[in-house]
Design a protein around this ligand. Structure first.
Ligand code: N01
Length: 541
């Protein structure tokens, strides 16, 4: 019989969320904790997404980082304003070493199964290494952007050249020199990688389904003065990030109607020049709510694309036609300029769809595209995908895939009715990708820790969200999303990138309000949860 090792908590995943949860639960709370990760090292998404040009596309250095330890802030020096994948990974490796986390993580170990034992009030997991472990609490830090979306074109397997997905990029350098490379997909991963691949490859053919807005990242070195300043101001910045949905600085509250079209245009110009996320968050109130204002900003960005791209036919194909900002914001480093190179061409899949693959390339309606290599920048089964891959079995033997067959219900984005003692970090219904994720993970972990303390103090065996709480949470997040333009666009926020996936807004748009709510629930009567006493017939503990 296999030996089962017992812990207080099992964590799945060692990205930003999982590493912090391990540190907090083990070192701050004194729990016996074990973490598992299928990857060969820490980093989560930053371990996998090594494609050329990969950089943070959120408010970046120094804010895309843990905030809880001033010592950590002081000892780690960020070098650029838009952090590269290699730097984020180095930071997470440093974090794991500094807090001695690796000794409690099993790498290259997939959790194949997780089942809740109602009598024992514990979760049991099985790994692909033949190991079994159990714990009272299961913490799923499985990643909002983990399960790769592989396009299901018939015959794609006929292509005989190398084929890579950006989210599963090899660790060794991929040589592009002398190669004809096809890139399918123009989200963040495609838009970041295409300029880098084009610098080296003989030819790059981009297969675009939806033209995108992208803002210039204007990446630059962080100066020593800036570093000294943010370290000095860190406590205030941290408080400010918590209050402002992850971005520490006040956003502009000016109203578009108080300004002439010329004045508004000057504002857009200034923010475009400033680069990064400024045009998206700092122009006028209501860009993501007011259709007319949104169209004005959309048209401004289209105008920039027309100015940059010299060939009018290519520029025409690159014109985005959805509401600006309603797909995940993309920050680019010379993406549109890349189309001025002689070795880059664009295929608009809406006019010229893929019809098949041959061993030596792609065949579209209007032509053959000979290729040596294919890069799939086709994204992820976002937010819900990694939980469904784990597919835990909850109360009554019900699997998550059954519970979530038509809708991804959660309560507070962290718990699921029917799945006692299970917590998610950045699950469906949480702000996840709308809030600076490292800080969001810290605040979510604080909530989980409070809940565990509550159980311990009151001698309780299990906690579970009620279905009523889930239903009202679902209504609440949809009401917030429905007041905006987000639901009108087919995006991964809506689950629209995966054929057959239920359409539902997958996040919570008001990060600060969300974390206030977590505190309110934890400091109140645990509204929306039911607790079970420790079962004397079981084997809890
Ligand atoms: O994926 P995406 P991504 N045939 O889903 C297209 C984060 N991220 O990996 O728009 C042809 O955004 C698809 O077309 P359409 C970031 O949050 C972070 O780029 O669905 N095309 C789209 O163009 C980001 O938002 C960082 O019509 C197909 C593209 O592929 C999220 O990850 C870096 C297709 C996919 O775009 C996902 O970004 C990169 C098909 N069958 C990403 N299927 C950092 O911070 C899909 N597409 C480092």
């Amino acid at each position: 019989m296999t030996k089962t090792t017992g812990y207080d908590a099992i964590i799945i995943g060692s990205g930003f969320g999982g590493l912090y949860a391990l540190h907090h639960l083990r070192d701050e709370m004194g729990l016996r904790v074990r973490a598992f990760d299928g990857a060969g090292g820490v980093g989560g998404t930053w371990w996998y997404n090594r494609y050329p040009g990969a950089r943070v596309d959120a408010p970046s250095s120094p804010f895309y980082a843990y905030t809880f330890s001033k010592e950590l802030v002081d000892e780690w020096t960020w070098t650029e304003t838009q952090t590269s994948q290699a730097s984020v990974l180095a930071y997470l490796e440093h974090f794991a070493d500094r807090f001695d986390l690796r000794r409690d993580i099993e790498f290259e170990t997939w959790v194949n199964d997780a089942r809740y034992d109602e009598a024992a009030q514990r979760w049991t997991i099985e790994t692909d290494q033949g190991e079994t472990a159990s714990a009272q609490f299961l913490i799923c830090a499985t990643g909002a952007l983990f399960v790769a979306n592989m396009p299901d074109y018939p015959g794609i397997g006929d292509f005989a050249g190398a084929c890579y997905h950006t989210g599963r990029w090899p660790h060794e350098k991929v040589p592009f020199a002398g190669k004809r490379v096809g890139v399918i997909g123009t989200g963040s991963s495609g838009i970041q990688s295409i300029p880098e691949i084009a610098k080296e490859a003989e030819h790059v053919t981009v297969f675009q389904r939806t033209p995108q807005y992208a803002l210039p990242a204007r990446n630059r070195p962080l100066t020593p003065e800036e570093t000294t300043q943010y370290r000095k101001d860190w406590d205030d910045l941290r408080t400010s990030m918590r209050k402002r949905g992850g971005w520490p600085f006040p956003t502009n509250r000016r109203r578009a109607s108080d300004h002439t079209p010329e004045e508004r245009r000057a504002v857009y110009e200034e923010l475009w020049e400033k680069g990064g996320i400024h045009l998206s968050i700092n122009s006028f109130v209501g860009v993501l709510v007011d259709e007319g204002l949104n169209e004005e900003v959309s048209e401004f960005v289209r105008g920039k694309i027309r100015e940059i791209v010299r060939d009018p036919e290519t520029a025409r194909k690159l014109m985005p036609d959805y509401h600006f900002g309603t797909k995940r914001l993309i920050l680019d480093n010379g993406y549109f300029e890349t189309y001025n190179r002689d070795n880059v061409s664009l295929v608009d899949l809406r006019e010229d769809p893929i019809e098949g693959f041959t061993p030596w390339g792609v065949r579209t309606k209007h032509g053959e595209h000979p290729l040596d290599m294919l890069v799939l920048a086709t994204g992820f089964d976002a937010v819900s995908g990694s939980m469904l891959k784990l597919n835990p079995m909850g109360r009554g033997g019900v699997r998550l895939e059954r519970k979530w067959s038509g809708r991804f219900d959660s309560y507070l984005g962290t718990t699921i009715a029917g799945f006692p003692n299970l917590f998610m970090i950045h699950g469906p219904g949480a702000p996840g990708v709308f809030f600076t994720m490292p800080l969001g993970g810290e605040l979510t972990t604080a909530f989980i820790a409070d809940c565990i303390c509550h159980l311990r103090e009151k001698d309780l065996g299990a906690v579970e969200a009620t279905e009523d709480a889930e239903a009202s949470w679902n209504r609440e997040i949809n009401e917030i999303a429905d007041r905006t333009l987000y639901p009108r666009t087919n995006s991964w926020y809506m689950g629209a990138n995966i054929p057959g996936k239920p359409r539902q807004f997958l996040g919570h748009l008001r990060g600060s309000q969300y974390f206030d709510r977590l505190v309110e629930v934890a400091e109140g009567d645990w509204d929306g949860f039911v607790f079970e006493p420790i079962r004397k017939d079981g084997a809890s503990g």
